[in-house]
Design a protein around this ligand. Structure first.
Ligand SMILES: Cc1cc2nc3c(=O)[nH]c(=O)nc-3n(C[C@H](O)[C@H](O)[C@H](O)COP(=O)(O)OP(=O)(O)OC[C@H]3O[C@@H](n4cnc5c(N)ncnc54)[C@H](O)[C@@H]3O)c2cc1C
Length: 405
């Protein structure tokens, strides 16, 4: 074998996590190669909600003006409905964060991030699928796969796996507890009525314990979707695609806004992983970021902001480890500490909140309280926007509001 290095850091996957890590590394002068199996611009099944946490990282990357100036729809508020038909509208809660929540098609968002990383100095290799990881020495690792149909092997000192929820790296190396547990679908429609930036979430009886959503973009375009965890899918023998159709045809709010709508894309889906607290996101010469490390929010399904945040933290650790010349598990351990400090508590409380919302009476009570009480409603909107921890709802004042109904 040759021990020529193709890049100091090789990043597998150029989604939001990979492109963010590549940007921060390149900006610090690190020789970084970003590799993706796709050719950009490429689509990605997503609700396209770029939450405040993601916008905060965009600002650090110098991209927040791009999102603002392009005029993408900005979240104006949430229209929520419960199984018993109670409806609440909650304006977007600007009091918790200076950062807005945009709707940006992933085809444009991901491409912009990749271009930005390249402009900062990252090298890009597309149409290359990498699945094998081998370690030869403390500063030589190799990843192999195919470019089109041609076998390819690339050498680096450090690999960052940002290859999403079905990451071959994390699965093969035993760094995640099992396969991704969630599946989500979405489809684009045009001629949808509703203000741009309106986020609708409907806990329709027929799709419980999941909800259906309609996020209104500009020009009458909306993204419509739903999701489900495998445990519920098995228990209910549910077909998630049928559930999306059921949601659109049976939910009164969905029926109303979609009555003249026409589909402009096929239904697209992707697994979803949200088990960061059970993941070990680093090993010798290897780091996992984003969905590959289970960073998605267990209650809301938001994954872009958490993916970008984990990538930013990973890049900081990688820069420090490269400076020290220690890419061993010990040298990369500060990433694990920062990762778990951020994600563990949030994920545990979010899982609890998700379980609570599987009970229809709890959803009814929650949305009823949102409709009646502005403080409670704002906290709920903050949670849905990924700005407020679901732990807020366990504070005695909030519990009393919920009990009072
Ligand atoms: C239907 C649906 C709706 C969603 N809605 C939202 C939402 O509205 N807001 C939100 O914040 N999150 C949402 N999410 C979650 C969000 O899409 C993910 O959390 C986010 O994409 C994670 O980013 P990532 O960079 O970690 O992974 P990805 O975006 O999955 O990127 C991984 C990249 O790696 C590449 N890749 C994979 N394997 C290989 C390989 N072997 N070799 C080379 N390249 C490879 C892929 O081509 C891809 O470009 C949704 C998810 C789904 C499925």
């Amino acid at each position: 074998m040759t021990d020529t290095i193709d890049a100091t850091v090789l990043i597998v996957g150029a989604g939001p996590a990979g492109a963010t890590a590549a940007y921060f590394l390149a900006r610090a002068g690190v020789d970084v190669l970003l590799v993706d199996q796709a050719t950009f611009p490429r689509d990605k099944a997503c609700g396209d909600s770029i939450c405040s946490g993601a916008v905060e990282v965009l600002e650090k990357m110098g991209l927040s003006d791009w999102a603002r100036l392009k005029g993408y729809a900005k979240n104006i508020g949430y229209r929520l409905s419960s199984p018993n038909g109670t409806m609440a509208f909650i304006p977007f809660p600007t009091q918790f964060s200076p950062y807005p929540n945009y709707l940006i098609p992933r085809r444009e968002f991901d491409h912009t991030l990749v271009q930005h990383a390249v402009a900062a100095g990252a090298k890009l290799r597309e149409n290359t699928r990498l699945t094998q990881f081998e370690r030869f020495s403390p500063d030589l690792v190799r990843v192999s796969g195919t470019e089109g149909k041609t076998p390819v092997s690339l050498n680096a000192k450090l690999v960052i796996a940002a290859d999403g929820s079905i990451s071959p790296f994390s699965r093969r190396l035993g760094m995640v507890p099992g396969p991704a547990d969630g599946l989500a679908l979405r489809q684009y429609y045009r001629n949808v009525s509703g203000d741009p930036g309106l986020f609708e979430l409907h806990w329709e009886k027929s799709v419980l314990p999941a909800y259906g959503y309609i996020f209104h973009m500009n020009d009458g375009i909306a993204v419509v979707g739903t999701g489900m965890f495998s445990k519920d899918q098995k228990r209910l023998k549910a077909n998630i695609q049928e559930r999306l159709t059921t949601f659109m045809s049976q939910n009164p709010y969905a029926r109303e806004v979609l009555k003249n709508a026409e589909a402009i894309s096929p239904v697209a889906g992707h697994p979803f992983r949200d088990d960061a607290e059970l993941v070990k996101p680093y090993a010798n010469n290897l780091m996992l970021v984003g969905d590959a490390a289970g960073t998605g929010h267990p209650m809301t399904g938001e994954g872009i902001g958490p993916a970008m945040l984990s990538a930013e933290i990973a890049a900081q650790t990688a820069i420090a480890a490269l400076q020290k010349g220690d890419l061993s598990e010990t040298g990369l351990a500060p990433y694990g500490q920062a990762f778990h400090k951020h994600f563990d508590g949030l994920h545990k409380i979010s899982q609890l909140a998700r379980t609570a919302l599987t009970f229809p009476w709890m959803v009814d009570r929650t949305i009823q309280t949102c409709a009646k009480d502005q403080v409670f409603g704002a906290a709920m909107a903050g949670i849905l926007a990924g700005i407020v921890s679901p732990g807020e709802m366990l504070k005695p004042g909030m519990v009393l509001k919920l009990i009072a109904g």
